[in-house]
Write a protein that binds this ligand. Structure first.
Ligand code: FES
Ligand code: FE
Length: 373
């Protein structure tokens, strides 16, 4: 790389260790971040048929997302209005017509209406319209359903689209890859024993790339210098000259996605979308991570590899491109898991330091602490 995006000024502090372990801090993050802001929940393409559903953890709530007979996606708190049983106990599935509570069989339509209950005739006073499922705000963007538990959701444009790193060039840079039109080629779910902020910080920096990502550095040699692609304004990272595609062995990938300009060819771009999404953009596919923070020291990560429909429909073997970032994920998450136990240590009570290639992480720390203040 020719430009240095941040003037080296020495060392900056990290957050103190307890920020990654303290249950009270995690509770505040659940309340003020995951339950208060838009949260990327599910891939819309996973729910193609009426009655298909997924359930996901958002903050302290479990949210049911389903497609109605009218084709619309809707989200609800996954709680039966009778005595509070979890309505849908599976992570994913398909109902024929209705959701039936496993406890006393109150039954709800995919649009949330309470449509039946046993011995309803004994309950003449039950106002069914007042006992439907509690709805949750939902927006679709980039092919994903984003939900917001707040009574008055903040502006999606400002808080989600506006959080796409300006360093990609512009807010709409991710849309140029048209992830909504792409098809899921592979999904891997990782159960990471680390705080969600350690995972964000790790994704934001590439100081570790030379140490733990030998395959990635082969494809993106400038990463060996430690400057992350998202710290470089609109620049991305160039593929190595002898590499044909973003694959584990440098073999050729697939055709360039429609709509991409020459500037995006043979380059890798990355961004975070707050609070819990990472996007990796390469010419022939998009990799999108959604994090589900479950506990101070535990985060579920779903990683989707998305390709052009004709690649997947044609039965192409995507394993060489999946394997590259799957290895990166395993290397990154192992590093985060190695860090997590030490967050309890007296050695880290006041935190650690950020070197210049990591200074942009401070912006993330400021964002979190300002929301928790
Ligand atoms: Fe669901 Fe009773 S708790 S029907
Ligand atoms: Fe990494």
């Amino acid at each position: 790389m020719t430009t240095t995006p941040i003037t080296p000024t020495g060392l900056l502090p990290t957050l103190p260790g307890p920020a990654y372990t303290d249950p009270a801090t995690f509770l505040r993050e659940q309340e003020r971040i995951f339950e208060a802001r838009w949260f990327c929940a599910v891939r819309a393409g996973d729910l193609l048929t009426p009655g298909s559903f997924r359930t996901v953890t958002v903050g302290r709530e479990n949210v049911l997302i389903t497609r109605g007979r009218d084709g619309a996606l809707r989200a609800f708190l996954n709680v039966c209005r009778h005595r509070g049983a979890r309505l849908c106990t599976e992570e994913a599935g398909q109902v024929r017509r209705t959701f039936r509570c496993p406890y006393h069989a109150w039954t709800y339509a995919p649009d949330g209406r309470l449509v039946a209950a046993p011995n309803l005739k004994d309950l003449p006073g039950l106002d069914r319209s007042a006992h439907g499922l509690i709805g949750v705000a939902l927006r679709e963007w980039l092919g994903y359903a984003w939900v917001c538990l707040a009574d008055e959701p903040p502006s999606f444009e400002e808080t989600v689209i506006g959080s796409v790193s300006a360093r990609l060039g512009d807010d709409r840079a991710v849309e140029r890859y048209r992830p909504a039109d792409l098809v899921l080629g592979r999904r891997v779910t990782y159960d990471v024993r680390a705080n969600w902020k350690l995972i964000v910080e790790n994704f934001m920096e590439c100081y570790h790339c030379a140490t733990i990502h030998p395959e990635l550095v082969q494809v993106l040699p400038e990463f060996a210098q430690g400057w992350a692609a998202q710290a470089a304004v609109g620049h991305g990272a160039a593929f190595a000259q002898d590499v044909e595609g973003f694959t584990v062995d440098g073999s050729g990938g697939f055709g360039r996605l429609p709509g991409l300009a020459d500037e995006q060819d043979r380059r890798y771009f990355a961004t975070t979308i707050r609070p819990q999404v990472f996007v990796n953009l390469v010419p022939d596919h998009v990799i999108l991570h959604r994090m589900f923070p479950l506990a101070p020291d535990r985060t579920r990560v779903e990683c989707d590899w998305l390709y052009a429909a004709d690649v997947i429909d044609g039965g192409a073997d995507v394993s060489a491109s999946v394997e590259l970032f799957h290895r990166v994920n395993e290397q990154d998450f192992a590093a985060c898991e190695r860090t997590q136990p030490a967050m309890h240590s007296r050695a880290y009570a006041a935190g650690g330091v950020l070197v210049p290639t990591e200074h942009h992480i401070t912006e993330f720390h400021h964002w979190v602490t300002s929301l928790l203040a």
